[in-house]
Design a protein around this ligand. Structure first.
Ligand code: MRU
Length: 352
């Protein structure tokens, strides 16, 4: 997508296959900064610190992490160790494990000497596939938006499931970009998404770059807006979807789904099929809900009038910071994926 008129992707490999360049997502919306990652260790730090984030992007970043590791040592031991370290870097989004398993499986069948080059090719292919997938999600989602018969369509979104969370285009924001490009009259309510404010810092920044009308709201405002008929649909991404349509996504998603159900507002989830977890079904939840540093709640970052970024403490008590929640399938109207839009209960069947 364009940033100040220039086209970028969130992650790009260098021509000499020695590093990747990423957009540092911890400095937005104040500074747009590109940084180079040159080792497996750099990739792991970037994922843990959320310089790269969003389920599809951390999957592709992990694949590049394997490629960087193979540049140094392409033995079986090094491959296993890199895969293990990457899988431990963030636990909830299934795309990370999915991408690491896919590239590891591919490389395991090759001689060690052939692995480094093959890893770069494979990781780049995952990046290209992500973009194609998101374009298809955008088309399927646009059909749903076009079904809303209103002179202006108000969409509420949570967290950031835009191009910054993927390689390009985004998942939940992909239909929104399509609608804007077709000249539809849309407006996006952007949940700030405490504690890390991905909505305010990233989604609002993305929408500003694309000149799409939007308004940041506090995480507590969606219910009132739905009660006042000011939300025509909710559109969010996902970090993991069960075979029976439960949706694990950024903390606070579930509350929006409850409010949407109470007010008869369609609740749409946009995600690639790589987000569906074959082992997640009914009450079986074979993953950890990431619990992050309480300081993310107790401190807040901002920009002073002189342009300096500073972090201040805003709370002194103990804090608890789970990063994701699970929305039961009965609150989800449709899951939008690269194959179209489906009832949540039908999504698992698409994998086979
Ligand atoms: O903790 P984050 O910022 O990585 O969480 C991101 C989300 O919850 C997104 O909604 C999800 O990954 C979908 S991204 C296309």
């Amino acid at each position: 997508m364009l940033v100040n008129g220039k086209s970028y992707r969130t992650i790009e490999a260098s021509c000499d296959l020695t590093r990747v360049t990423i957009i540092d997502q911890t400095t937005l919306p104040f500074d747009f900064k590109l940084i180079d990652l040159e080792s497996l260790g750099d990739i792991i730090v970037a994922i843990k610190s959320m310089q790269v984030r969003g389920a599809p992007l951390i999957g592709v970043a992990s694949a590049y992490g394997i490629a960087l590791a193979m540049n140094v040592d392409s033995s079986n031991k090094a491959l296993d160790s890199a895969a293990h370290q990457l899988k431990g870097s963030r636990p909830t989004a299934v795309n990370l494990t999915w991408a690491v398993n896919k590239i590891t499986e591919h490389l395991s069948g090759l001689k060690p000497n052939d692995r480094a080059k093959a890893a770069w090719i494979f990781a780049s292919q995952l990046a290209e596939d992500d973009i194609k997938t998101n374009i298809e999600i955008g088309k399927a989602g646009l059909v749903l938006l076009k079904n809303i018969e209103k002179s202006q369509i108000n969409i509420l979104t949570h967290c950031n499931a835009g191009w910054l969370a993927t390689i390009d285009r985004g998942t939940a924001l992909s239909p929104i970009y399509n609608a804007a490009e077709e000249g539809m009259n849309i407006h996006v309510w952007v949940d700030e998404t405490r504690p890390r404010n991905q909505g305010m810092n990233l989604t609002a920044w993305e929408l500003s770059q694309a000149n799409i009308p939007h308004t940041i709201i506090s995480d507590n405002t969606g219910g009132l807006l739905m009660q006042q008929n000011q939300v025509d649909c909710v559109l969010v991404g996902a970090d993991r979807i069960s075979m029976d349509g439960q949706v694990c996504n950024k903390i606070g998603t579930y509350l929006k789904a409850l409010a949407a159900k109470a007010h008869d507002v369609p609740f749409y989830v946009a995600a690639p099929l790589s987000t569906v977890d074959k082992n997640f079904l009914d009450k079986c939840r074979p993953f950890e809900i990431e619990c992050r540093d309480p300081d993310e709640i107790l401190k807040i970052k901002g920009q002073k009038n002189d342009g300096k970024i500073l972090e201040v403490k805003i709370g002194l008590s103990k804090a608890y910071n789970p990063a994701f929640d699970i929305t039961p399938a009965e609150y989800v109207t449709k899951v939008i994926c690269e194959k179209g839009s489906y009832n949540p209960g039908d999504i698992g069947a698409l994998l086979s």
